[in-house]
Design a protein around this ligand. Structure first.
Ligand code: FES
Length: 139
């Protein structure tokens, strides 16, 4: 992780938090993931076009590294009998240990499998650089 933001953020910075540059947008391709280390935290990034989502690289079930070998996928949606319905393409991360699925935009577990969510971080992409809003003590 490199130095602090060099520009003013476009959204307010809450007290006790700071914008931290974590990588360049060009460091990973569209519809792919990248794991970065911020302080002692491992954080998974998901790139969807020119937008990036960030989640703690830790499953809320039993703590597995969510981004180990993970690519953003879709999932099978609730559907009628004898109907297969695929959706949410590119916005689902599946835990490699037990297969629970999480929405990368919110961190929520899909389909009520649990009421826990993955910790997410606000992201800004500025001039091709990716910044996360994190607690200053985590920087
Ligand atoms: S540790 Fe992730 S689903 Fe069990």
């Amino acid at each position: 992780v490199q130095g602090p933001a060099t520009q003013e953020p476009t959204v307010d910075t809450p007290r006790g938090r700071t914008w931290q540059r974590v990588c360049g947008l060009g460091d990973f391709g569209d519809s792919s993931t990248l794991v970065v280390q911020v302080g002692h935290r491992s954080i998974g990034l998901v790139r969807l076009g020119d937008s990036v989502h960030a989640m703690l690289n830790q499953c809320p079930h039993q703590g597995a590294p969510l981004f180990k070998g993970a690519l953003p996928n879709g999932t099978m949606l609730p559907s009628e009998p004898d109907e297969l319905l695929y959706g949410l393409d590119g916005s689902v991360i599946r835990c490699p240990l037990h297969g629970w699925e999480f929405d990368v935009t919110s961190g929520a577990a899909l389909f009520g499998i649990c009421n826990k969510r993955v910790v997410t971080y606000p992201v800004e992409v500025r001039e091709g650089e990716v910044y996360l809003l994190i607690a200053q003590r985590e920087a």
